[in-house]
Design a protein. Structure first.
Length: 95
């Protein structure tokens, strides 16, 4: 199996509300970034706080078929070849 290396990154975040009854959701634009820094828009992940926790709804395209996983970084920056994103977001310090 060949592994393609790339980063998924976020750019400025936008707020929106689907209806006046719905809780606001955060729309996070996602980009596929190659090792040489070229980026391509691949969709949006919508984040909404619910009674049971954070709900993430991906609307992504242009990725090879198969299962996906992801993780969050502390900082919303991809400068310095994504090193500016910092470590993984772990508010409860679970390690």
């Amino acid at each position: 199996m060949r592994l393609t290396k790339y980063f998924l990154v976020t750019l400025p975040l936008l707020f929106f509300s689907a209806t006046s009854m719905a809780r606001p959701a955060l729309a996070i634009k996602m980009y596929k970034v190659s090792r040489n820094g070229r980026r391509r828009y691949i969709g949006t992940i919508f984040a909404r706080q619910t009674k049971r926790g954070l709900l993430l709804i991906p609307r992504l395209h242009g990725l090879p078929s198969g299962y996906r996983g992801f993780h969050l970084h502390k900082n919303p920056s991809c400068k310095n070849f994504a090193k500016a994103a910092g470590g993984h977001w772990d508010p409860k310090k679970t390690g």
